[in-house]
Design a protein around this ligand. Structure first.
Ligand code: ADP
Ligand code: MG
Length: 342
């Protein structure tokens, strides 16, 4: 068993509240992501879990043990940071056996463990190389092998893909996601890149200005964001003002069908994702104001008749659409997600 929990953890640096009353339970073998904009407290949260920082308030537990005041060297954490911090004066193999050596693991056992990990990560042939002769992706794997070699209670990754090119990031995202799954190691994965977190993590904690805004599976966070911040940070969001009267939602358009079950009356904010808006037919007219080519699809911004702005996603087959054109769209009841006004 290897669970990790933060219980009402707050960390202050003078007047800055870097982490503000955050509670997260990471299950055994789970890959938990922390995402949020720069400066929201992700790294501080990770450093608190590792023991490099002590909370101002709150408790950190490994399984049921209170480790709040246990120094990092006694916590058995595997760390992978943005700068790989590999030892360039040692071979890849020595980099990987270093941690176990420090922990008093015998020579044969630590070499065997290292070779197993290098094989698992598909870098066995690099064992005798010097890390500085390796590509970014290879170095990242060595960093991971080194972190895993101590059989950590928790694996902590902080922006591990920073500095890698976009194509490599995409490949590694798939590979690393699969690998973390296969390893079954309890993992905390910190990134400002919501796409990385969405594709690699079992659950995601979304932070903003030190606060935990929402915690849930990638699907839950995408489909049912708790508030406007989460809706806007995870994916592209259209947020429209709506009104609920007698259980019926109105977005202010004629002939737009709305969800059947709406609970409380009042003003609401409605989330609709661009990829959930069918373009080509429907009761609402949008004038296209901008087009952004994004490779596999085209993102368009447009203006509704009442002047509100809307983001749409067009397929490559819709390249005939130009700025200034008017397109018909529809809102489907099942893609309208009501976010209670806060
Ligand atoms: P993130 O990793 O999400 O970018 P950080 O956890 O690094 O955010 O920082 C959160 C906030 O705490 C920032 O305002 C940052 O300036 C502040 N902070 C982090 N570490 C320290 C420190 N050692 N001393 C003072 N302020 C800090
Ligand atoms: Mg950081």
């Amino acid at each position: 068993m290897s669970e990790v929990s933060l219980e009402h953890v707050t960390k202050r640096f003078d007047s800055t509240v870097a982490v503000n009353d955050v509670s997260i339970d990471i299950d055994d073998g789970e890959v938990m992501g922390i995402v949020g904009p720069s400066g929201c407290g992700k790294t501080t949260a990770l450093r608190l879990v590792a023991g490099f920082e002590t909370p101002t308030e709150g408790t950190i537990r490994y399984d049921s043990d209170d480790v709040t005041h246990v120094p990092p060297e006694n916590r058995n954490v595997g760390l992978v940071f943005q700068s790989y911090a590999l030892f360039n004066n040692m071979s890849v193999l020595k980099n990987v056996t270093f941690g176990p050596k420090m922990h008093g693991v015998g020579k044969d056992e630590r070499r065997e463990r290292a070779h197993e990990l290098l094989e698992l990560l598909d870098i066995e042939e690099l064992a005798d190389r010097n890390p500085k002769t390796l590509s970014g992706g290879q170095q990242q794997r060595v960093g991971l092998a080194r972190a895993l070699a101590i059989e950590p209670h928790i694996l902590l990754l902080d922006e591990p893909m920073t500095g890698l090119d976009a194509k490599l990031k995409q490949t590694l995202r798939q590979e690393l996601g699969q690998l973390l799954d296969d390893l079954g190691v309890t993992t905390l994965y910190v990134t400002h890149d919501q796409e990385q977190a969405m594709s690699m993590c079992d659950r995601i904690a979304v932070m903003n200005e030190g606060h935990l805004e929402q915690i849930g599976t990638p699907a839950e966070i995408y489909e049912e964001p708790a508030n406007e911040f989460v809706a806007g940070f995870i994916g592209t969001a259209n947020l429209l003002d709506g009104t609920v009267r007698d259980g019926t939602l109105s977005l202010g358009f004629e002939d737009v069908r709305t969800p059947d079950r709406v609970t409380t009356d009042g003003d609401v904010t409605v989330l609709v994702r661009p990829d959930d808006i069918p373009v080509g037919s429907g009761p609402v007219e949008v004038e296209v104001t901008n087009l952004f080519y994004q490779g596999e699809h085209i993102q368009a911004t447009g203006e509704l008749p009442d002047g509100r702005e809307l983001t749409l996603r067009l397929n490559r087959s819709e390249t005939a659409i130009g700025v200034g054109d008017t397109v018909s769209i529809d809102f489907e009841p099942e893609s309208l997600h009501i976010i209670e006004s806060t």
